[in-house]
Design a protein around this ligand. Structure first.
Ligand code: HC1
Length: 586
């Protein structure tokens, strides 16, 4: 252990930590605009400067390593003055339009001004408005960029995509795609990890709140809403609750209070996806194992950031993707067909809203593959953050809401659907069903988890041997199915290079575009100010949702079974294919 002094108090810290981490361990908060746990920006903002005895210059505490005997001051007059000057320089080119900015009251730059007790801007404003880049999922306003480079780190180092970077030099420096191209013109996956770390309003999700309010006040539209699995494990954070607080019942009530006519659950369609994807996997395995030939490994297709990435990075491998649409698109397709028919209505009468932890879902809904009979399956996507803003703007006391259930018939789900929200969950849910269908034997309800693919590791794998299968699944007898799971696009690439080389040992691979899966989606509450284990807390909430359910396997969902009996026929059948499946050919 190291022994040093911070602000006159003795502090012990493990070897290797920075002064910023060391101060945090000692309960001393040093302000910063660029550093975040897991995001290493090399001290670009300098706001975290501290005085170190014996050193002439102030030092950026996020890059200087703690050393034995150091005497550090984090709040001296010299430090405070320097931070104010640095802050003034940052805001000298900032538009200062806080009142009309989407990040008003959730902006780290604004909050820092308060923390530093800034009362006047002493450097004349040099701000010039640069053109705003509005893509279907992400909106970039370069005027609000403070060059902290968190987004560059998220895109390049964590996701391995490299869609944005530093352009030009000195005062001309901007953060943007190369040659100032729009995001839609480069290899951006629309995952929104940049928007989740941006401290200001420079990178945000493209706003769908306006179109949702408009639909809610349009008397000729029936407005149905659905909620992704991961939203219920994080929305509470927007209302000051601890990371990992489960708010499923309050969420359903809030949506009713907002005026939605139907409050459905994407989880229903996650169960449906397992039926469809499971049938597709069994068909592909049968073809492969009986010598007919099939494209394996099959890759999951529910993460639209992942879909956009494979189109850019591995365009020759698209036939590995499952043909299943993502669950929320499936549910949208059902609302505008089966459910509309039941009510004597038509697709045009409905406006379907998805509440998602994901920004790429905004891109997904406008894809031509995601419509039936000329109508998009889903009309608007709001992120978890956007829903939080809508609830606040409607004056709803979220914490004080009574809990309620989602509406029938498209709101009931099993625990298998809940775990879609975390990396490894789709695979575990699929294997729960495929194993029971193939063997006819029930898995013990107290031992459903496939532990090798649980947890937040970036790449995981498991093997499952099929023995004593039912006669119709004889092709599986003695077969050991090998599966892998990756979350985050950089990790996906590792598995995809094997696929591209024809060297993948797996039959089935789950890929989620965001690191750790949807619990850490680009549209989830931002991590700044959260405990470092916030992802673990959200993961535990997701597994707790699963474990709290009476039914925990998708093929046991009675409403999904009724849907097949009354409308769809069988998994992978003709109606399913028309509504619930697609192919990507870009
Ligand atoms: Fe996801 Fe999915 S799990 S993609 O991670 O398959 O976003 O939560 O809604 O559609 O169900 C996201 C989450 C989500 C879909 C489902």
């Amino acid at each position: 252990m190291l022994e040093l002094t911070i602000n006159g108090k003795p502090v012990s810290a493990p070897e290797g930590v920075t002064l910023l981490q060391c101060a945090k361990l000692a309960g001393v908060k040093i302000p910063t605009l660029c550093s975040l746990p897991g995001i290493h920006t090399n001290g670009s903002c300098r706001i975290c400067v501290v005085e170190v005895e014996g050193q002439k210059n102030l030092m950026a505490s996020c890059i200087v390593k703690a050393q034995n005997g150091m005497v550090v001051k984090t709040n001296s007059e010299r430090v405070r003055k320097a931070r104010k000057i640095l802050y003034d320089l940052v805001i000298s080119s900032h538009p200062k339009d806080c009142m009309s900015c989407g990040r008003n009251q959730s902006c780290e730059l604004q909050e820092l001004g308060y923390t530093l007790d800034i009362s006047t801007a002493r450097i004349p404003n040099k701000s010039t408005r640069a053109p705003i880049d509005i893509s279907p999922a992400i909106t970039r306003d370069p005027s609000k960029c403070i060059l902290c480079r968190r987004c560059v780190t998220a895109c390049n180092d964590i996701q391995g995509v490299g869609a944005i970077g530093s352009q030009n030099r000195g005062f001309e420096t901007t953060i943007s795609p190369a040659m100032d191209l729009p995001l839609l013109g480069v290899n951006c996956a629309m995952c929104g990890q940049c928007s989740a770390v941006c401290p200001t309003g420079a990178i945000v999700e493209t706003d769908h709140i306006g179109r949702v309010w408009a639909a809610l006040s349009n008397p000729s539209k029936r407005v149905a809403v659905q909620v992704a699995p991961a939203v219920r494990a994080a929305l509470g954070e927007e209302f000051g609750m601890e990371a990992g607080t489960r708010v499923t019942g309050r969420l359903a009530s809030a949506l009713r209070e907002l005026g939605f006519d139907d409050v459905f659950d994407t989880n229903f369609a996650a169960d449906l996806t397992i039926m469809e994807e499971g049938a597709e996997l069994l068909r592909r395995l049968q073809a492969a194992l009986t010598g007919e030939g099939a494209v394996l490994p099959m890759l999951t297709s529910c993460s639209p950031g992942w879909i956009k990435h494979i189109e850019h990075a591995f365009p020759g491998q698209l036939d590995h993707l499952s043909t299943c649409k993502s669950p929320h698109m499936m549910l949208g397709a059902l609302i505008k067909s089966c459910y509309a028919e039941k009510l004597g209505a038509e697709a045009k009468d409905f406006f379907v809203v998805s509440v998602m932890p994901c920004t790429a879902k905004k891109y997904e809904i406008q894809r031509p593959e995601m419509q039936n009979n000329g109508y998009p399956n889903v009309d608007a996507v709001i992120t978890t953050r956007e829903l939080g803003r809508m609830i606040k703007s409607a004056g709803i006391d979220f914490a004080g809401l009574q809990e309620s259930d989602f509406d029938a018939p498209l709101g009931f789900s099993t625990g298998a659907a809940d775990i879609f929200g975390v990396t490894g969950g789709v695979m575990e849910a699929a294997l729960r069903t495929v194993y029971e269908l193939a063997t006819g034997r029930e898995l013990p309800s107290d031992n459903l988890h496939l532990t090798p693919i649980m947890g937040l590791d970036s790449i995981k794998e498991a093997a499952l041997k099929f023995e004593d299968v039912k006669p119709e699944y004889g092709f599986l007898e003695g077969v050991t199915a090998r599966v892998a799971v990756a979350s985050g696009l950089k990790n996906a690439d590792v598995l995809m290079h094997q696929v591209e080389d024809g060297a993948s040992p797996y039959h089935f691979i789950e890929i989620m575009g965001c690191p750790s899966g949807c619990i850490n989606g680009g549209g989830q509450p931002r991590m700044a100010g959260k405990p470092e284990d916030y992802k673990v807390r959200r993961m535990k909430a997701i597994y707790a949702e699963d474990e709290s359910k009476a039914l925990r396997k998708s093929h046991e969902n009675p409403d999904v079974l009724a849907l097949y009996k009354d409308y769809l026929g069988e998994p992978g059948g003709h109606v399913s294919h028309r509504l619930l499946h697609t192919t990507y050919t870009e």
